[in-house]
Design a protein around this ligand. Sequence first.
Ligand code: GTP
Ligand code: MG
Length: 348
Amino acid sequence: SSDKKTWIRQPIIVVLGHVDHGKTTLLDKIRGTAVAKKEPGEITQHVGASVVPASVLNKITEPLKKYFPKLVIEIPGLLFIDTPGHELFSNLRRRGGSVADMAILVVDVVEGFQPQTIEALNILKEKRVPFIVAANKIDRLEGWKAFPDTPFLESVKRQSPRTISILEERIYQLVGKLYEHGFESERFDRVKDFRRTVAIVPISAKTGEGISELLALIAGLAQQFMKKKLVTSEDAARGVVLEVKEEQGLGTTIDVIIYDGVLSKNDLFVVVGKNGPIVTRVRSLLMPRPLQDMRMHEGRFVQVDLVTAATGVKISAPGLEDALAGSPFYVIPSEDRIQEFTRMVQEE
Ligand code: GTP
Ligand code: MG
């Protein structure tokens, strides 16, 4: 109906890159900075994801406001999905890629492109996911003087000409590699058209340098180019199954990233299984228990009655034993539409 409630959801940002290039450290740094800035509990852990709310984005990007007074965060936040860089976890990277609105490709600026950097790039290309490159570990460049939690553009001004030329050389190498794979790229502050050119943001996940620019850029690009895609409503939920897991006392559960709509307890849904579609009902919706609220005997999860996009949630339901990770997840609005939705999941 026309009086349906709609809202703009958090863009889903997947973090990809070669093993040890700093993906998890980057997310930890974003979380840690928020905590240090006295915003405890504002970053919420979801199943398979974490949400950085607009209030925290505003705080972290505060130092940029003197250069960009018009920088206003309009999205409710960013939902980040971390992925492992080890070669064995190609399937997890693909699933992350398939649910992402945007990606951060993390590359160790000293090591440059490595096999899983290229694999990740190919996933982004195939799935047409816009991305920016985080050239990480700039603090390891010869002669780098660290200015913790400072914007890159301020920190770089205080480096020696020699260190700056080493950085430029490294970035030039990344530009060359990206060009080999069909992408125009440039250091972010020299990009003229963000639709055509991949932005490279030099950062240190360890010192925090460049993180404010990285987040401002992601938020800005999402606001400028994908607002329509981010509009969601109270309609039946849609998502992607990230993992299928046995949980003590719950049986087989699925971890799902919901990118559209509202999901409630008892909703009828369909996912793909080894032997065809599985149609079943949500028995319980589970979210990670907040750290400050950990009690030994209560388990790692809390039950909720309802979740809204975008979110990561664990779902317990009968009959999920054969569910396949990577499957689409659709809530079926009414029993007479089971066939239609069963066909939809199989066609994807
Ligand atoms: P996988 O999940 O195994 O693919 O690795 P990852 O990409 O998540 O890397 P992780 O964040 O675990 O970092 C790997 C190592 O690099 C750790 O020892 C980090 O402390 C270190 N590291 C990450 N970022 C930086 C950085 O900006 N500077 C420096 N000096 N070290 C870093
Ligand atoms: Mg990691």
